[in-house]
Design a protein around this ligand. Structure first.
Ligand code: C2E
Ligand code: MG
Ligand code: MG
Length: 768
């Protein structure tokens, strides 16, 4: 342990990995040889000084001898330093240096011993300095070989001590102590110097290895990654561009190599990159636009300044992801079908318009447009035709509103227009323009399509404090336009808010009524015109709404349909009506009205089957009444459902016939069991020839198609007599009975006969 510490202190020994030993030893020899010229000059100077100092002295021959010896050694040393070490192993080469150094030390020690022993006190100072110089310079020149340096110092020191002992100098003891201390100090210096050199060399070797590893990793990165490396010199010129880089640019390597990297980028990106390069600070993921002819690309660049003033870094092509991002950004702001801004953009635009208005600008108007019957177009013509129609509508709106207005698609068949700096009259004109533009027929695939649209208008600042208010009020106005027959424009009025509130209350009460089963099913008889007997009853829903009394479905069914309440409500009616009908005579049927929303419900058939099974009612006693719009919406699905019901044995009637758009075509769409002629044709059948003609035609058509006909709304005997004469098979109306509660249906005797002349007393159910 102590021994190894001493070796470490005086020989500067360092643990050198086996892999580095040869390199370290070669490096120390190189360092040693590099000082050969300095050693030669030093020896020469020593020789010159000594020659002059001892010219007339008896020691002069010795000086000459030493000069020759020294010259030989210097020659040997310089030769050694030049000779290539090709055939010499490291140990032999090191040993040669150590031998030479020891020889050199012995030569210096000898001459110093002889000069000190033989010279008088006049040379004390010179010899003292000389000895010190030889020791110091020797330690310096041989520090890369501490063992050699130690031998050299000891030999020189010993020579000096020997000379003093022989010459019997008075200061010998002190000088010897001084020399010993100097030798130790110098040796420690040589050892430290050597250890530092070796450690530095090992560190360099480690760095070199790390660099090589890194370089291998980088090569691997270039070979397998989508990114590539870039390098530029201090002037920004590309150096050794990789194949991947060449591929990414599409330029020949000769053009790329030596070319300025900035030339690859569009002006703004080049300026940005130039600034980054000049700052000489690492940068990351800088998005730059590439400007190589024929390429529209985006790269991200990361870079690290290098010690030679250049840069190196990684580059990746982000064109695709950027395109995708742009696409996503587009989708979040625009509608992909019509390329119009979407709802989010409209809201932003409304906020801007509002801010302008608050800063003293004119008011602005918001138009909400909804296409009438778009759903029918979609269903009957197919979705591609529906899309094409929407595009035509978008173009028409764009043309009619002019460049100053902002047009957006809110989704589905709803559009919105924002017109700034507008006064009420102008808004009115624009609303009419929009309605007219949508009224004109559209030709798609050779077919003429008539749809039209309704418009709701809200004008700021009067009709809304913020975009949401304005939007809601424009929607309320649109709702009114639709309720008033469609194909028109309505401006928002404060009363509409009240209507909306009333409607919201209705919805709340309706939900509560459903939850509490606070509703009733009433029944209105259907009378056979030949037998004058009741053949069945139509189920009509009644609601005793708290604070409002008995309410007819005409008032609340639309609300139930819009809110979806109709589905559970309708299921309740089905169960209730069938349950009641099961208690009637076997030849009395029950009719139940189904709205379009119920038809769409996939569990409808299961509900009916369940109710029939639970009440043991024969399916043939059940009749389902649907209106024409059932055949306009979701046509295929609804017709399938109707067929499924028919297969059960349930009868299907077409209600309110004559009120739809193209009634006759629906008679072909499904083989109905019955047609119910709407009461508007019956109402003035006695006075209107036209209505009578229509009813006659319908009855004859139904007969041809094998369907029964029921006339609704028969209120007097004259109407009944005419209908009977026209061949109508069944009648229904206040003449026979108003709808009545289940408790009043004659159950024991079944259907009571009510000939037209015997009108049932009505007073008790006047409100039904
Ligand atoms: P609807 O199916 O056409 O029913 C006939 C309507 O005419 C009933 O109105 C009935 O009270 C009324 N009515 C019957 N005879 C006369 C008459 O002589 N003169 C006049 N002026 N009216 C007469 P109500 O009960 O108000 O029902 C209106 C509509 O609500 C029904 O028309 C039907 O479409 C619907 N509805 C009724 N109950 C239900 C139901 O449970 N479910 C569904 N989905 N709709 C229902
Ligand atoms: Mg009906
Ligand atoms: Mg009807």
């Amino acid at each position: 342990m102590i021994f190894s510490n001493i070796r470490a202190i005086f020989l500067g020994e360092v643990d050198i990995p086996a892999s580095q030993r040869d390199a370290v030893s070669a490096a120390r020899r190189k360092a040693f040889h590099s000082l050969a010229p300095l050693a030669a000059i030093h020896s020469l100077l020593n020789a010159v000084v000594l020659t002059f100092a001892f010219w007339n002295n008896t020691a002069m021959p010795l000086v000459f001898v030493w000069c020759y010896t020294s010259a030989v050694l210097v020659f040997l040393r310089i030769r050694d330093s030049r000779a290539p070490e090709v055939h010499v192993d490291a140990k032999t080469a090191d040993d040669r240096i150590i031998r030479y150094t020891l020889l050199s030390g012995a030569a210096w020690g000898l001459i110093i011993a002889m000069l000190i022993a033989s010279s008088g006190s006049e040379h004390d100072l010179l010899l003292g300095l000389f000895t010190a110089a030889i020791l110091c310079v020797g330690a310096l020149l041989h520090s890369s070989f501490p063992l050699a340096s130690l031998g050299y110092s000891l030999l020189v020191g010993a020579g000096a001590c020997l000379g003093m002992i022989i010459g019997n100098h008075a200061w010998s003891i002190n000088a010897m102590l001084l020399i010993s201390a100097t030798v130790m100090a110098l040796q420690r210096f040589a050892a430290t110097n050597h250890a530092t050199d070796v450690n530095r060399q090992l560190a360099n070797a480690a760095t070199q290895e790390a660099t090589e590893t890194m370089s291998l990793l980088l090569q691997d990165f270039e070979a397998h990654s989508a990114d590539w490396l870039w390098r530029v010199d201090a002037e920004g010129r590309l150096t050794r561009p990789s194949q991947r880089f060449v591929d990414a640019t599409g330029l020949p390597i000769e053009t790329l190599e030596g070319g300025n990297i900035l030339a690859l980028f569009a002006q703004e990106s080049a300026i940005h990159l130039d600034t980054l390069l000049k700052q000489r600070k690492p940068f990351h993921d800088q998005v730059l636009r590439v400007a190589i002819s024929g390429r529209d690309a985006w790269w991200t660049l990361s870079g690290q300044p290098t010690s030679d003033g250049g840069w190196r870094g990684v580059c990746s092509d982000i064109t695709r992801s950027r395109d995708a991002e742009a696409r996503i950004a587009y989708i979040t702001e625009f509608d992909g079908l019509t390329d119009l801004p979407n709802r989010a953009m409209l809201v932003r635009q409304l906020e801007i318009a509002q801010a302008d208005a608050e800063c003293g600008g004119e008011g602005f108007a918001l138009f909400v447009v909804d296409l009438d019957n778009f759903k029918t177009i979609n269903d009957t013509q197919g979705h591609p035709a529906g899309d094409a129609y929407l595009k035509v509508v978008a173009d028409r709106l764009r043309d009619s509103i002019g460049p100053q207005a902002f047009l957006a698609r809110l989704g589905g068949d709803e559009f919105a227009i924002l017109k700034s700096d507008v006064i009420a009259d102008e808004a009115l004109d624009l609303a009419d323009l929009i309605v007219d533009a949508l009224l004109a027929p559209v030709f798609l695939n050779g077919k003429e399509i008539l749809a039209g649209g309704s418009v709701g208008v809200a004008v700021a600042p009067g009709n809304g404090a913020d975009p949401a208010d304005l939007m809601r009020n424009a929607e309320l106005a649109l709702y009114r336009a639709k309720a008033q027959g469609r194909g028109c424009a309505r401006f928002f009025e404060p009363g509409m808010e009240e209507d909306a509130r009333v409607r919201a209350d209705l919805e709340t009460d309706l939900r509560a009524a459903l939850a509490n089963e606070a509703m009733d099913v009433y029944f209105q008889p259907l009378v056979d015109t030949r037998t004058h007997k009741v053949s069945g009853y139509e189920t009509l829903l009644r609601w005793n709404r708290p604070g409002h009394g008995l309410v007819s479905p005409a008032l609340f069914i639309s609300c139930a349909e819009e809110t979806g309440i109709i589905v559970p409500l309708g299921e309740w009616v089905i169960r209730k009506a069938i349950e009641e009908a099961a208690q009637w005579k076997d030849d009395v049927g029950v009719a139940i009205n189904l709205s379009p929303a119920q038809m769409k419900n996939p569990s409808l058939v299961a509900t009916i089957v369940g109710a029939l099974a639970a009440s043991q009612l024969a399916p043939s006693r059940l009749e389902i009444e649907i209106v024409e719009s059932v055949l306009m919406d979701e046509t295929e699905h609804n017709i399938r459902t109707l067929h499924a019901l028919r297969e059960l044995g349930v009868k299907i009637a077409l209600d309110d016939f004559g009120t739809g758009y193209s009634s006759l075509s629906y008679l072909r769409a499904f083989p109905f069991d019955k047609i119910k002629i709407d009461q508007r044709f019956v109402r003035d059948i006695d006075s209107s020839h036209e209505n009578r003609a229509i009813v006659r035609a319908v009855i004859s058509l139904a007969r041809d198609l094998g369907m029964r006909v029921t006339a609704e709304g028969v209120e007097n005997e004259q109407q009944a007599a005419i209908l009977a004469s026209l061949g109508c098979t069944e009648v229904q109306g206040f003449l026979y009975s108003r709808p009545m509660p289940a408790s009043e249906v004659d159950k024991k005797e079944g259907a009571a006969a009510h000939p037209p002349t015997k009108v049932r007393p009505l007073r008790r159910h006047a409100s039904a």
